[in-house]
Write a protein that binds this ligand. Sequence first.
Ligand SMILES: *Cc1c(COP(=O)(O)O)cnc(C)c1O
Length: 219
Amino acid sequence: MEISENIKKYKAELGNEVTLVAISKTKPAEDLLEAYNAGQRVFGENKIQEMTEKWETLPKDIEWHMVGHVQTNKVKYMAPFVSLIHAVDSLKLLKEINKEAKKNDRKIACLLQIKIAEEDTKFGLDAEEAKELLTSEKFSELKNIEVKGLMGMATYTEDEAVVRGEFDYLKSVYEDLKKNNPHFEILSMGMSGDYQVAMECGSNMVRIGSAIFGERNYN
Ligand SMILES: *Cc1c(COP(=O)(O)O)cnc(C)c1O
């Protein structure tokens, strides 16, 4: 199927309640433009240099989401334009984002990444760590960031029960933290292979790449 048809199909399926982030990493600008011309305005990338190059060449009303792991020394390159940073997993990184946001005289929206998969990935906080971070005095001093919710990635498996269990868990952590965090409004979970389960579990932002743009050769 054409990229433009895929965009229309997903937009119709997701409706107004769930935001579609079109994950365009590794794909050329013309593919993004095709999605843009079909009405898509939110794109997600996982490499800062690639995202910056695309931001420079593509229409300026695109919202750019950073969905990959972020190194503190790279924050400055996206601080002028990034709309949402999905995978924040330390106070150190939040402080850096806050510093660069301030330099650019703006507030940057972030999500905390919660580790929910069985796989032993390096990234993500557990629920307790997220709670501690959000209630710390250091965090309350950061005025140029806004933590708007959580992001998580389920185990890569055909076993739907495992995926569902992990998304249910993330949803419960989200609801718990939301009680004391009035800015919480985004629960980013679900990718090409598991977005339907994620939506059933309460996701309101899905990150879909290969199902829109086709398989990637790397990443
Ligand atoms: C690549 C990526 C996606 C999209 O994956 P697909 O399986 O191609 O939909 C979603 N989220 C993150 C964090 C990614 O890195």
